[in-house]
Design a protein around this ligand. Structure first.
Ligand SMILES: [Zn+2]
Length: 358
């Protein structure tokens, strides 16, 4: 397959170069000197990568997808809750943009459109530079636009399905999206949390059949997704089943802080079991999952019968989230509100009992 791509690229470049050289000779334009050719070639590569990735992004933007990560050469940028961070990576042989959808209805169609639009943009820019080349009356710009055009056209080769080290071309992923099945399940697994952390979907909006299929195995992350999905949908019976599976799979010593906090919340708020909740919360203590720990602590105070403290912690945690910016924020606020209503209800019952006894 690689051989076929290289051969196709070689034939294309050869034919195009000959053609452009022919036109150039007819017009009496001299070719670029080797040094200048290399400079223009590097510029052309940059133009090609930028126009190709912007093609992917333009469709994503039109469909409401949010960019969460993109990379170019040795730099990678990723979105955090507040703002962007940059990372130096070992030299990337190209560029990429990663985006997450605003909803999962019609996901395959949306994904196909974002995949197709990169090669389509390469084609459009290739044609645009070809027109600029053929209409150029200046020798230098004739050569520069000619090279730009050819390198941009090469971006359409991304449509050829190929895969290496788990990284597939646009064509490869398009083929997966068209076929459906397990690769789609894996795509959903990869973007579920990010889509909720950076875009509109709530946990309950993740495609249920896919989440259920993923959770069949013994992968803690998949079971964690299924727990979140069902808890947000208000199906605490199913959520409880998944949580029991999850805690059975977690290592005693060092579970992920996210899993441990979620287990603590569930034991405290839904099982009324402060001992188990405390045990899980302690395991999460050293780690970074601040937001989740705040919620688990509020739930633990509720389970301990410290209603004032539970109310205070939950109120603080809601204030900390502020204006909900994404689906996950909405879910967090609802889970915290549950602690607030339970605290209010139980302290009222306590007050009534006190009044009755007094
Ligand atoms: Zn692409």
């Amino acid at each position: 397959m690689i051989f076929a791509i290289v051969l196709a690229a070689y034939i294309f470049c050869n034919v195009a170069t000959r053609y452009l050289n022919g036109v150039g000779l007819e017009r009496g334009f001299p070719p670029l000197s080797t040094g200048v050719w290399w400079i223009v070639f590097v510029l052309a590569l940059i133009v090609h990568l930028v126009t190709h990735e912007l093609g992917h992004r333009a469709t994503g933007m039109a469909l409401g997808w949010r960019c969460v990560r993109f990379g170019f050469g040795p730099f990678e940028f990723y979105r955090e809750k507040r703002g962007w961070k940059m990372l130096r990576v070992k030299l990337l042989p190209g560029a990429f943009v990663r985006q997450v959808p605003p909803e999962f209805t019609g996901f395959r169609l949306q994904k196909s459109a974002t995949l197709l639009s990169g090669p389509f943009s390469s084609l459009i820019f290739g044609l645009l530079f070809a027109i600029l080349t053929l209409t150029s009356s200046d020798a230098f710009f004739f050569r520069v636009f000619g090279l730009f055009s050819m390198v941009c056209f090469l971006g359409t080769l991304e449509l050829i399905p190929r895969e290496k080290n788990g990284i597939g071309s646009d064509g490869y992923r398009l083929w997966q999206v068209i076929q459906g099945g397990p690769p789609i399940d894996d795509m959903i697994r990869e973007i579920a949390c990010e889509s909720s952390n950076f875009n509109r979907p709530r946990w309950r909006d993740w495609p249920r059949e896919i989440i259920a299929r993923l959770a069949i195995g013994h992968d803690p992350y998949n079971i964690y997704l299924a727990y979140l999905h069902h808890s947000d949908a208000g199906d605490w019976k199913a959520a409880g089943t998944y949580m029991r599976q999850l805690v059975a799979l977690l290592p005693e010593a060092d579970p992920s802080p996210y899993y441990a906090c979620e287990a603590a919340y569930w034991y405290a708020a839904r099982q009324g079991d402060p001992e188990s909740a405390r045990k899980w919360l302690e395991r999460a203590d050293q780690a970074a999952a601040d937001e989740n720990r705040r919620r688990a602590s509020a739930a633990l105070a509720l389970a301990d019968g410290q209603f004032e403290r539970a109310t205070l912690l939950a109120t603080q945690a809601i204030a900390n989230i502020g204006t909900p910016a994404c689906g996950s924020d909405q879910c967090e606020i609802d889970l915290l509100r549950y602690v607030l209503t339970q605290s209010a209800a139980e302290s009222n019952i306590g007050a009534l009992k006190f009044a009755a006894n007094g």
